[in-house]
Ligand binder design. Structure first.
Ligand code: DAK
Length: 258
């Protein structure tokens, strides 16, 4: 997809930036928009010049959830045929580090999109929530699973049942968000973090990401075995040679992702 209707895509140095761009409906995630986000993320993921991907929203919302207009008349059989989660699920196999810069409301699918990124940087005015329950449904794109793994079943249940919103500060306290910054500094701070990560050895970042993801699902022993294999694998990289040589020669390393 080279033409984008619902998003804006650009690259700054080694950082690929995707901006959700339907502010008139608070970036409600239409099917077209989800397809575009996934296509843009995958294109960046395959591009060796892109070391970090940043997702953000235009206007006052990051994303106010799936497009209710579009799904109001759905039925289970149509949903089965649409198989729309096939697109969505591809986000979880992206290897490049992904940061969500949450500028405002992140509700329902919008919160799920942020949770499927590796790190969330939030504006102090951002709010997070799963209002699906107020529509008579529930999250379907990972919300009950990802939130529970992050904050535990009791706290997750309370937020999922009430549909109430968490402030950026509460989300930070619960470990959902790693940084809270003032609204006007959101992109600057996120880009600073992204550029910093872009200097790190990309293969190590990818294999660390994979190992941390396994830590969430694997028992400790299996996780440790997985970690070890990735550790060994990095010794096959030029970046390992460069990193250790630079240390011994007391100079700054230059990592190339090789
Ligand atoms: N869908 C469609 N339009 C939306 C929308 C949404 N989710 N959220 C807001 N809008 C539209 C409003 O209809 C309004 O349009 P106009 O009336 O101006 O034409 C415009 O955006 C501005 O919104 P408001 O006028 O309502 O603004 P307020 O500040 O008064 O209220 C609000 C903001 C966020 C509290 C309110 O808009 C609201 O409650 N929005 C709905 C939030 C919500 O329930 N979200 C959860 C939806 S369920 C999937 C992935 C995920 C999911 C499903 C599938 N796949 C991968 C396939 C998840 C499901 C959900 O997210």
């Amino acid at each position: 997809m080279s033409e984008w209707n619902s998003i804006a895509v650009r690259q700054e140095g080694a950082v690929g930036i995707i901006e959700l761009a339907r502010p008139h409906v608070l970036n409600a995630l239409s099917r077209q928009m989800v397809a575009e986000i996934v296509a843009a993320v995958e294109a960046f993921d395959r591009d060796e010049t892109v070391r970090v991907i940043v997702l953000t929203g235009r206007g006052r919302a990051f994303a106010a959830g799936a497009d209710i207009q579009e799904m109001a008349d759905d039925d289970p059989i149509r949903l089965e045929w649409l198989n729309q989660f096939a697109d969505w699920d591809r986000l979880s196999i992206v290897k490049t580090p992904m940061i969500a810069a949450v500028n405002g409301l992140a509700l329902g699918g919008g919160f799920e999109l942020a949770l499927s990124c590796d790190l969330i940087v939030a504006s102090a005015t951002a709010e997070f929530g799963f209002p699906e329950v107020n529509l008579g449904v529930m999250p379907g794109a990972g919300g009950t699973q990802r939130l529970t793994k992050l904050i535990g079943p009791k706290r997750a249940l309370e937020w999922l049942w009430t549909g109430e919103r968490l402030s950026a500060k509460e989300a930070h306290k619960l470990g959902i968000v790693t940084r809270v910054v003032s609204p006007e500094l959101l992109m600057e701070e996120t880009m600073r973090l992204a550029q910093r990560l872009a200097q790190q050895p990309p293969l190590a970042l990818r294999l660390i990401k994979e190992a941390v993801q396994k830590a969430v699902d694997y028992p400790l022993y299996e996780g440790m075995q997985f970690e070890r294999k990735n550790f060994y694998l990095l010794f096959a990289s030029e970046d390992q040679k460069e990193g250790m040589a630079a240390f011994l020669e007391k100079r700054k390393p230059r990592f190339q992702g090789k």
